[in-house]
Design a protein around this ligand. Structure first.
Ligand code: PEP
Length: 246
């Protein structure tokens, strides 16, 4: 269960969140919990989560280890700051910052080389869904951005299926739409590797997950967790999503 804070919160607000959040998730032993704050809050989040089961992730990374890449942050830097996860290829990065499946692949490999678990995002636009192209888009994103990984690499990644029309819109995919897309993605991995490998890859759903819909979404056989944006910014709502995901 991962929270994507996008471009929200200062270090002080990060500490205030953890103070409220930690006591609320003491009983949650059924899942891994990850908070992905902006880069500038990673040290505060790592410090505030010390001694708890909460892990910290970044929201992006650059594939080179270091160099003249103004504004970028590398895998070794993210790791040294104390993060253990990193989101790669979020649809907002694909839409507004020119991220492609090719760059997603490079970043995923770079994350693994820095001992970070990549959360690799895929998902279709509304127009793709309306034109019946969802499977084709997911297949293309997986084939270019994910399945070139080798077997040792692929079992270490997390995939987040995030229909772009459901992100930050309050429109959640139906449980059937989520299950169908997750099963389709798992099938693509099974075709490129085998069923055993496909079963090992965790696939999260993302797109307007809230306390009220978490239970039903998480009960689907191919839905292994959630990537939560807006509802992860408030300690009580993210804790309730986690509680409802058993
Ligand atoms: C996200 O940012 O990955 C996301 C799923 O956002 P939201 O939960 O706000 O739709």
């Amino acid at each position: 269960m991962a929270g994507n804070w996008k471009m929200y919160k200062t270090p002080a607000e990060t500490c205030a969140f953890f103070e409220k959040f930690r006591p609320l998730i003491l009983q949650a032993a059924h899942c891994e919990i990850v908070i992905c704050p902006p880069f500038t809050n990673i040290p505060a989040a790592v410090e505030a989560s010390r001694g708890s089961a909460i892990q910290v992730g970044a929201q992006d990374l650059y594939w080179a280890k270091e160099g003249a890449f103004t504004g970028e942050v590398s895998g070794p830097m993210v790791r040294a700051a104390g993060a253990s996860y990193v989101i790669v290829g979020h649809s907002e990065r694909r839409q507004y910052f020119g991220e492609t499946s090719e760059s997603v692949l490079k970043k995923t490999v770079a994350a693994l080389e820095s001992s970070l678990t990549p959360i690799v995002c895929v998902g279709e636009l509304l127009e793709h869904r309306e034109l019946g192209k969802t499977d084709a888009v997911l297949c293309e994103q997986c084939r270019k951005g994910i399945t070139p990984l080798d077997v040792r690499q692929i079992v270490q990644i997390v995939i987040a299926y995030e229909p772009v029309w459901a992100i930050g819109t309050g429109k959640t995919a139906t449980t059937q739409q989520a299950q169908d897309a997750h099963a389709f993605i798992r099938g693509v991995i099974a075709k490129m590797f085998d069923d055993n490998v496909a079963k090992k890859v965790r696939i999260q759903y993302g797109g307007s997950v809230k306390p009220s819909n978490a239970r039903e979404l998480m009960s689907q056989p191919d839905v292994d967790g959630a990537l939560v944006g807006g509802a992860s910014l408030e300690a009580r709502s993210f804790a309730d999503i986690i509680k409802n995901s058993i």
